[in-house]
Write a new protein. Structure first.
Length: 201
């Protein structure tokens, strides 16, 4: 019972930290930085100094994409509070963080460096320096496809082949309809031509 009680308390604590961190990131004002705060300065953050410091730390690392961190904290807090197994949810946690990191990189790739954080800018700059703009864009696209495969457990090849087969069947059907329509037009013109030749004779 004591272990369960401790897990519930820690779970509630993580839920609270996740909620406060979420509010801190959403309400963060980039003009307010911990190093530049005065003692009597009016703080715009809803959570005061906590909101400034926590919001700045998250915003500095991954920009608004760091919203995944309080989301992960809330998930872990719920798992502990509900006394559930973390093994069943670890993949979801990894997917959330991986997608948020990919989003930070892609934002920096398209020039939104101010909201992509240090990690997004650093990785995007590294990819661009090594592989160039086209190569890094291709890598990010492949990574997105990879994430889709992992999250939704789908086969891109099978879906792509089914789509291609659908297009081929559709184009073949349209081609056959066009051929039949052309034949009908040719036959009708042929009949009209025969009637005119008979009338002239």
């Amino acid at each position: 019972m004591k272990k369960i009680f401790k897990k519930e308390i820690f779970g509630l604590f993580l839920l609270l930290i996740g909620l406060l961190s979420f509010i801190s990131i959403l309400g963060y004002d980039p003009s307010e930085q911990p190093s530049g705060l005065e003692k009597d300065e009016i703080i715009n953050s809803l959570l005061g100094y906590f909101g400034v410091y926590v919001g700045y730390a998250h915003y500095f690392m991954m920009g608004y994409c760091s919203l995944s961190i309080p989301a992960i904290l809330s998930i872990v807090g719920y798992i502990l509070f509900a006394n559930k197994s973390l093994k069943k949810y670890y993949q979801i946690i990894i997917y959330i963080y991986a997608f948020s990191l990919w989003l930070a990189i892609i934002l920096s790739y398209f020039g939104y460096s101010k909201i992509s954080g240090l990690l997004g800018v650093s990785i995007a700059t590294f990819l661009n320096d090594i592989f160039g703009s086209f190569g890094s864009g291709a890598i990010l696209f492949i990574l997105f496809i990879f994430l889709l495969i992992l999250v939704f457990k789908i086969s891109i090849y099978e879906n792509l082949s089914q789509f291609i087969n659908f297009l081929l069947r559709g184009s073949q059907s349209l081609f056959n309809q066009f051929i039949n329509f052309s034949k009908k037009i040719f036959i009708s013109f042929k009949k009209v031509f025969k009637k005119k030749t008979k009338s002239q004779s």
